[in-house]
Design a binder for this molecule. Sequence first.
Ligand code: TRP
Length: 337
Amino acid sequence: MSKIILTGIKPTGMPHLGNYIGAIQPALELMKDSTITSYLFVADYHSLTTVHTAQTLNEMIHQVSAAWLACGLDPKKTTIYRQSDIPELFELNWILSCITPKGLMNRGHSYKALVQANHLTGKKNLERGINMGIYNYPILMSADILLFSADEVPVGADQEQHLEMTRDIAFKFNHTFKTDLLKPPKTLVKTKLLPGLDGEKMSKSKGNHIPLFCSSKDLRKAVMKIKTDSSDPDTPKNPEESIIFSIYKAFASKQQIEKLEDKYRKGIGWGEAKQLLYLLLEEHLSEKRKVYESLIKEPKKINTILKEGAKKAREKIAPFMRKIRETIGIGDQTPLV
Ligand code: TRP
């Protein structure tokens, strides 16, 4: 049986260059391997824990789907779907809730961080503003993974705890029902990081990001905002200390990197370095941007792809879901004809 790789993308709007280098590109590279079975889904119900405006959520779902498709995700090779189109996930979510110790969820880092924030801001009620979706988030994530018997799950370092919880929940289920039905997944931690405009890790919440797809003019404007020191153009520069260079390196060929390194050593003006980075990004992104723009104008096309993916995914997991029900003693157990 071929290895199953699965990952979920929580829609938070337009991806940025850091998402592209850290998540999109490596995942697409992995998914090219014809010996693996891959699933990629838009974790829209995970976003509902924090996004409570219908139009915003809907737009974010389309943006993230269009971005992955524009970057080259091939729906023939990778099954791409919307989490909300797989009702079995929410059934499994409940089943897993009924065997997950509450104490395990008390340790969730996102939940704990919110309690801590309430404490630090002097709130009397430490649970203020925390909904049950946030609290149960790791259980739904476990369902996402365990329903597809994923072998490996690529995620950012901030999701490692959720993967540990997924393994704990799988063991707990298997132990409770004396079965080995649920497969504990391995974590594949994303290692490629990109600095943002200020040199910190690029992230939307820090506001130091460069959007993956924006107009060429806005891309240039963003690049021009990258922090530099005040050294003049003739001063030799250390490429390893330059944010511009770090971003350039993530997109450039070996030859291009060597050429720019040489320019740094001889002395380069920051304006010129930024212009070179802008041109390189433009070269990488302009075709993809066109695809993105045309897709985003046709949400029906995106929806059709996601629906087809969901259909394939549901066909795949139907017998497994039936086995799970059988294992716990729920539902009509007459064999399928
Ligand atoms: N929680 C993940 C994130 O915020 C998204 C996600 C939801 C996910 N379900 C998943 C990732 C299942 C991997 C597997 O990035």
